[in-house]
Ligand binder design. Structure first.
Ligand SMILES: Nc1ncnc2c1ncn2[C@@H]1O[C@H](COP(=O)(O)OP(=O)(O)OP(=O)(O)O)[C@@H](O)[C@H]1O
Length: 281
């Protein structure tokens, strides 16, 4: 079963052109949407949720297009936080209880305690990180089957980030649950995601099982002369400076065998994106 199926999603807005995105989020899995600032992550999520109108394409949740019942099953956490500043977390519970049939007040207050958020403090006095935590807690408190998180950890300190990632991993313990999480903090995605969808300028440049990505791809740092010997079909992207070429290759184990004299290092999602963005393909 697919929790999300994005088919040929297109949109032109401002300088951004989303060009026929296709990806899926399998049920029971975490998919990380990565891309640099302005790549189109938030726009993609808004298009998926009908917050912004698509030019073309179709998005299915659990096999169906978005409707009121399906919205109840999705917890969406956007990166911009627009709470009314003069209310507190207790009032939010009262309001949301009336909106979501599946709102779980016990879970909500448990999570507020766990993340040490003061229930009676006005939200205007919450820090940015506290507001983000509250945002995520609200996303979880109506017992969704699917969480869609847009940069959920970017305003959090390292220990709060780790706590949140643990919370997402706990959520996914239920095999019916799934998460789509956008982030440019790729360390977080390396830690929790099963699949990575990498977008750049509104296009998907890579989508892969995360372990495969970290195992199969490698980086060779070499001279321009050595670059000529690397078969073109294994090069994902490369970047040249005056004295050094950084080459991201696709088949690291095969290349190690064929060219034992070359040093092939493992690479992070960050390295991969940075070289792709600044380099040549
Ligand atoms: N309402 C809009 N009007 C004009 N341009 C827009 C609008 N919304 C998005 N864009 C364009 O889309 C680009 C991508 O925005 P988006 O917020 O989707 O990027 P992102 O990948 O989420 O970036 P970040 O990591 O910085 O949050 C923007 O730089 C802007 O050019």
């Amino acid at each position: 079963m697919k929790a999300i199926e994005v088919k040929n999603l297109k949109k032109e807005i401002g300088t951004l052109r989303i060009e026929g995105l296709n990806f899926t989020v399998p049920q029971g899995r975490i998919v990380g949407l990565v891309g640099e600032n302005g790549a189109g992550k938030t726009t993609t999520i808004k298009l998926m949720m009908d917050v912004m109108e698509k030019d073309e394409g179709e998005v299915l949740f659990f096999g169906k297009t978005l409707n009121k019942a399906i919205k109840e099953e999705i917890g969406v956490v956007y990166d911009e936080i627009n709470f009314y500043e003069k209310i507190n977390a207790i009032k939010i519970d009262k309001v949301l209880k009336g909106i979501f049939q599946s709102w779980d007040s016990d879970k909500y207050f448990q999570l507020l305690d766990r993340f040490k958020l003061h229930k009676s403090q006005l939200l205007g006095n919450y820090s940015k990180g506290m507001k983000m935590k509250l945002n995520i807690i609200i996303g979880l408190a109506h017992s969704p089957k699917l969480l869609i998180l847009d940069e959920p950890t970017s305003g959090l300190d390292p220990s709060a980030r780790m706590e949140m990632l643990d919370l997402f991993l706990e959520f996914i313990q239920n095999e019916e649950h799934s998460i789509l999480i956008s982030s440019h903090i790729t360390n977080d995605l390396e830690r929790i995601a099963d699949y990575i969808v990498m977008i750049h300028d509104g296009k998907i440049i890579l989508q892969l099982d995360k372990d495969e990505l970290l195992y199969k791809y490698g980086i060779i740092r070499c001279s321009e002369k050595q670059l000529q010997y690397i078969p073109k079909n294994v090069i994902f992207a490369y970047h040249k400076t005056n004295s050094l070429c950084e080459v991201v290759i696709k088949d690291a184990p095969g290349m190690k065998e064929a060219y034992p004299e070359l040093t092939i290092d493992g690479l992070s999602i960050d390295d991969m994106m940075a070289i792709y963005i600044k380099g040549e393909k």
